[in-house]
Design a protein around this ligand. Structure first.
Ligand SMILES: [Zn+2]
Length: 256
Protein backbone atom coordinates (compact mmCIF):
# COMPACT_ATOMS: atom_id res chain seq x y z
CA UNK A 1 0.00 0.00 0.00
CA UNK A 2 1.19 3.48 -0.83
CA UNK A 3 -0.41 6.72 0.36
CA UNK A 4 0.18 9.26 -2.41
CA UNK A 5 -0.37 12.95 -1.85
CA UNK A 6 -0.25 14.53 -5.27
CA UNK A 7 -0.16 18.30 -5.18
CA UNK A 8 -1.17 20.41 -8.14
CA UNK A 9 -0.26 23.94 -7.14
CA UNK A 10 -3.07 26.41 -7.94
CA UNK A 11 -5.44 23.90 -9.55
CA UNK A 12 -8.96 25.33 -9.51
CA UNK A 13 -12.41 23.90 -10.17
CA UNK A 14 -13.12 27.07 -12.17
CA UNK A 15 -10.94 25.64 -14.91
CA UNK A 16 -11.61 21.93 -14.35
CA UNK A 17 -15.39 21.66 -13.96
CA UNK A 18 -16.50 23.48 -17.17
CA UNK A 19 -13.89 21.61 -19.22
CA UNK A 20 -14.24 18.02 -18.00
CA UNK A 21 -14.99 16.76 -21.51
CA UNK A 22 -11.54 17.91 -22.55
CA UNK A 23 -9.87 16.67 -19.39
CA UNK A 24 -10.48 12.91 -19.44
CA UNK A 25 -8.33 12.04 -16.46
CA UNK A 26 -9.68 14.79 -14.24
CA UNK A 27 -13.12 13.58 -15.32
CA UNK A 28 -12.33 10.02 -14.36
CA UNK A 29 -10.98 11.17 -11.01
CA UNK A 30 -14.13 13.16 -10.31
CA UNK A 31 -16.28 10.16 -11.22
CA UNK A 32 -14.29 7.45 -9.48
CA UNK A 33 -13.06 9.29 -6.37
CA UNK A 34 -14.43 11.73 -3.80
CA UNK A 35 -14.12 15.28 -5.08
CA UNK A 36 -14.55 18.43 -3.01
CA UNK A 37 -13.39 21.92 -2.24
CA UNK A 38 -11.12 23.14 0.53
CA UNK A 39 -12.17 26.62 1.65
CA UNK A 40 -9.04 28.23 2.99
CA UNK A 41 -9.44 30.14 6.23
CA UNK A 42 -5.82 31.21 6.16
CA UNK A 43 -4.30 33.47 3.51
CA UNK A 44 -3.89 31.60 0.20
CA UNK A 45 -0.11 31.94 0.10
CA UNK A 46 1.68 28.90 -1.27
CA UNK A 47 4.47 28.62 1.33
CA UNK A 48 2.01 29.09 4.20
CA UNK A 49 -0.49 26.53 2.92
CA UNK A 50 1.93 23.79 1.86
CA UNK A 51 3.79 24.21 5.15
CA UNK A 52 0.55 23.81 7.13
CA UNK A 53 -0.65 20.91 4.99
CA UNK A 54 2.36 18.71 5.74
CA UNK A 55 3.06 19.80 9.32
CA UNK A 56 -0.55 19.94 10.53
CA UNK A 57 0.13 23.38 12.04
CA UNK A 58 -1.35 26.82 11.40
CA UNK A 59 0.40 30.06 10.50
CA UNK A 60 0.30 31.23 14.12
CA UNK A 61 2.41 28.17 14.94
CA UNK A 62 4.73 27.77 11.93
CA UNK A 63 5.03 31.49 11.10
CA UNK A 64 5.98 30.86 7.46
CA UNK A 65 4.42 32.77 4.58
CA UNK A 66 7.14 34.11 2.31
CA UNK A 67 9.86 32.56 0.19
CA UNK A 68 12.11 35.51 0.97
CA UNK A 69 12.34 37.34 4.30
CA UNK A 70 14.45 40.49 4.69
CA UNK A 71 16.24 39.72 1.44
CA UNK A 72 17.17 36.18 2.48
CA UNK A 73 15.72 33.06 0.94
CA UNK A 74 13.95 31.01 3.61
CA UNK A 75 15.33 27.47 3.87
CA UNK A 76 13.87 24.30 5.35
CA UNK A 77 16.23 24.63 8.32
CA UNK A 78 14.81 28.07 9.10
CA UNK A 79 11.36 26.61 9.72
CA UNK A 80 10.69 25.41 13.23
CA UNK A 81 8.27 22.66 12.22
CA UNK A 82 8.18 18.89 11.82
CA UNK A 83 6.54 17.51 8.73
CA UNK A 84 4.95 14.09 8.81
CA UNK A 85 7.93 12.65 6.98
CA UNK A 86 10.18 13.89 9.80
CA UNK A 87 8.06 12.17 12.44
CA UNK A 88 7.03 8.88 10.89
CA UNK A 89 9.01 5.71 11.22
CA UNK A 90 7.98 4.50 7.77
CA UNK A 91 9.31 4.91 4.24
CA UNK A 92 8.14 8.49 3.63
CA UNK A 93 9.32 10.54 0.68
CA UNK A 94 8.61 13.96 -0.74
CA UNK A 95 9.52 15.59 -4.02
CA UNK A 96 9.29 19.12 -5.34
CA UNK A 97 7.27 20.53 -2.44
CA UNK A 98 7.00 24.33 -2.92
CA UNK A 99 6.95 25.68 0.63
CA UNK A 100 10.47 26.96 -0.02
CA UNK A 101 12.48 27.78 -3.15
CA UNK A 102 14.12 25.82 -4.56
CA UNK A 103 11.39 23.29 -3.91
CA UNK A 104 12.00 20.76 -1.13
CA UNK A 105 12.55 17.04 -1.48
CA UNK A 106 12.96 14.41 1.23
CA UNK A 107 14.45 10.93 0.69
CA UNK A 108 14.26 11.62 -3.03
CA UNK A 109 17.07 12.84 -5.22
CA UNK A 110 15.38 15.56 -7.26
CA UNK A 111 16.76 18.65 -8.94
CA UNK A 112 13.91 21.18 -9.35
CA UNK A 113 13.33 22.84 -12.70
CA UNK A 114 13.94 26.60 -12.84
CA UNK A 115 14.91 26.72 -9.15
CA UNK A 116 11.37 25.52 -8.36
CA UNK A 117 9.88 28.56 -10.11
CA UNK A 118 9.61 27.46 -13.76
CA UNK A 119 8.88 30.51 -15.87
CA UNK A 120 9.14 29.70 -19.57
CA UNK A 121 7.01 27.27 -21.56
CA UNK A 122 10.06 25.10 -21.95
CA UNK A 123 10.50 24.99 -18.18
CA UNK A 124 6.80 24.28 -17.60
CA UNK A 125 6.99 21.30 -19.92
CA UNK A 126 10.22 20.17 -18.38
CA UNK A 127 8.79 20.30 -14.88
CA UNK A 128 5.68 18.33 -15.83
CA UNK A 129 7.87 15.74 -17.52
CA UNK A 130 10.42 15.50 -14.74
CA UNK A 131 7.99 15.37 -11.82
CA UNK A 132 5.92 12.75 -13.65
CA UNK A 133 8.88 10.52 -14.39
CA UNK A 134 10.28 10.81 -10.88
CA UNK A 135 6.89 10.18 -9.28
CA UNK A 136 6.40 7.03 -11.37
CA UNK A 137 9.88 5.86 -10.49
CA UNK A 138 9.26 6.39 -6.77
CA UNK A 139 5.85 4.69 -6.91
CA UNK A 140 7.47 1.58 -8.38
CA UNK A 141 9.44 1.22 -5.16
CA UNK A 142 6.17 1.26 -3.19
CA UNK A 143 7.08 3.70 -0.41
CA UNK A 144 4.57 4.00 2.45
CA UNK A 145 3.96 7.68 1.77
CA UNK A 146 4.92 9.79 -1.20
CA UNK A 147 4.27 13.50 -1.65
CA UNK A 148 4.80 14.95 -5.09
CA UNK A 149 3.89 18.41 -6.42
CA UNK A 150 3.47 19.97 -9.85
CA UNK A 151 3.97 23.75 -9.70
CA UNK A 152 3.40 24.60 -13.37
CA UNK A 153 -0.25 25.70 -13.26
CA UNK A 154 0.49 28.36 -10.66
CA UNK A 155 3.09 29.93 -12.92
CA UNK A 156 0.97 29.65 -16.07
CA UNK A 157 -2.06 31.20 -14.40
CA UNK A 158 -0.21 34.15 -12.86
CA UNK A 159 0.87 35.25 -16.33
CA UNK A 160 -1.98 34.00 -18.54
CA UNK A 161 -5.18 33.80 -16.47
CA UNK A 162 -8.16 34.35 -18.79
CA UNK A 163 -6.29 33.21 -21.91
CA UNK A 164 -7.06 30.05 -23.89
CA UNK A 165 -3.60 28.71 -23.21
CA UNK A 166 -4.47 28.10 -19.55
CA UNK A 167 -6.76 25.25 -20.62
CA UNK A 168 -3.98 23.87 -22.81
CA UNK A 169 -1.83 23.54 -19.69
CA UNK A 170 -4.64 21.86 -17.75
CA UNK A 171 -4.72 19.37 -20.62
CA UNK A 172 -0.99 18.80 -20.24
CA UNK A 173 -1.42 18.23 -16.51
CA UNK A 174 -4.37 15.95 -17.29
CA UNK A 175 -2.10 13.70 -19.38
CA UNK A 176 0.42 13.53 -16.57
CA UNK A 177 -2.28 12.64 -14.01
CA UNK A 178 -3.32 9.84 -16.36
CA UNK A 179 0.24 8.55 -16.54
CA UNK A 180 0.87 8.68 -12.80
CA UNK A 181 -2.49 7.52 -11.48
CA UNK A 182 -4.00 5.26 -14.13
CA UNK A 183 -1.29 3.98 -16.48
CA UNK A 184 0.89 2.84 -13.57
CA UNK A 185 -2.08 0.93 -12.15
CA UNK A 186 -1.83 2.98 -8.95
CA UNK A 187 -5.56 3.58 -8.64
CA UNK A 188 -6.32 0.07 -9.85
CA UNK A 189 -4.75 -1.23 -6.64
CA UNK A 190 -7.55 -0.95 -4.10
CA UNK A 191 -5.13 -0.86 -1.17
CA UNK A 192 -3.57 2.43 -2.31
CA UNK A 193 -4.69 5.79 -0.96
CA UNK A 194 -4.73 9.09 -2.79
CA UNK A 195 -5.14 12.72 -1.90
CA UNK A 196 -4.89 15.02 -4.90
CA UNK A 197 -4.89 18.56 -3.67
CA UNK A 198 -4.16 22.17 -4.59
CA UNK A 199 -2.92 24.78 -2.15
CA UNK A 200 -5.34 27.45 -3.41
CA UNK A 201 -7.46 28.25 -6.43
CA UNK A 202 -7.11 31.12 -8.85
CA UNK A 203 -8.94 34.24 -10.00
CA UNK A 204 -8.22 37.40 -11.95
CA UNK A 205 -5.60 39.66 -10.44
CA UNK A 206 -7.99 42.39 -9.30
CA UNK A 207 -10.45 39.98 -7.65
CA UNK A 208 -7.93 38.36 -5.36
CA UNK A 209 -8.16 38.99 -1.65
CA UNK A 210 -4.43 38.89 -1.30
CA UNK A 211 -1.89 40.03 -3.79
CA UNK A 212 0.84 37.42 -3.74
CA UNK A 213 3.16 39.04 -6.28
CA UNK A 214 3.63 42.59 -7.57
CA UNK A 215 1.49 43.28 -10.65
CA UNK A 216 4.52 44.27 -12.69
CA UNK A 217 7.20 41.60 -12.72
CA UNK A 218 10.30 41.16 -14.78
CA UNK A 219 8.44 38.44 -16.70
CA UNK A 220 5.52 40.73 -17.57
CA UNK A 221 2.29 41.98 -16.03
CA UNK A 222 0.36 39.54 -13.86
CA UNK A 223 -3.14 38.53 -14.93
CA UNK A 224 -4.18 36.21 -12.13
CA UNK A 225 -3.72 35.62 -8.43
CA UNK A 226 -4.61 33.15 -5.69
CA UNK A 227 -8.16 32.40 -4.59
CA UNK A 228 -9.25 30.72 -1.35
CA UNK A 229 -11.05 27.76 -2.95
CA UNK A 230 -8.71 24.82 -3.43
CA UNK A 231 -9.33 21.47 -5.10
CA UNK A 232 -9.31 18.13 -3.29
CA UNK A 233 -9.91 14.62 -4.62
CA UNK A 234 -9.47 11.54 -2.45
CA UNK A 235 -9.59 7.79 -2.82
CA UNK A 236 -9.67 5.33 0.13
CA UNK A 237 -9.12 8.14 2.63
CA UNK A 238 -11.50 8.05 5.58
CA UNK A 239 -10.90 11.54 6.89
CA UNK A 240 -12.72 14.34 5.13
CA UNK A 241 -10.29 16.98 3.91
CA UNK A 242 -11.83 20.31 4.90
CA UNK A 243 -8.63 22.26 5.48
CA UNK A 244 -5.00 21.78 4.43
CA UNK A 245 -4.03 20.45 7.90
CA UNK A 246 -6.40 17.52 7.33
CA UNK A 247 -3.91 16.14 4.82
CA UNK A 248 -1.36 15.79 7.64
CA UNK A 249 -4.04 14.28 9.88
CA UNK A 250 -5.10 11.79 7.20
CA UNK A 251 -1.54 10.54 6.83
CA UNK A 252 -1.07 10.36 10.61
CA UNK A 253 -4.38 8.46 10.93
CA UNK A 254 -2.77 5.68 8.91
CA UNK A 255 0.88 5.72 10.00
CA UNK A 256 1.06 7.80 13.19
ZN1 LIG B 1 0.48 27.91 -4.81
Amino acid sequence: MTFLVLGVDAATWKMIKPNLDELPNWKRLVEECDAGTVELEEKPLSPLIWCGMFSGTYYKEHGHKDFVVDGDIVKREDLDVDFFWDKLDVDARALNVPFVVPTYSYNVDFEPVGYGLPTTEEEWNKELEKVTEKTKEELEEKPDVLVSVFTTLDRVQHFHWGEDMVLDWYKEVDKKLGEVLFETGFLGDESNKLILVSDHGFCSFGEAEVQTLPEETKHGKLKGDHHEEAVVITKNVERKIDEPQDVYRAVMDVFG
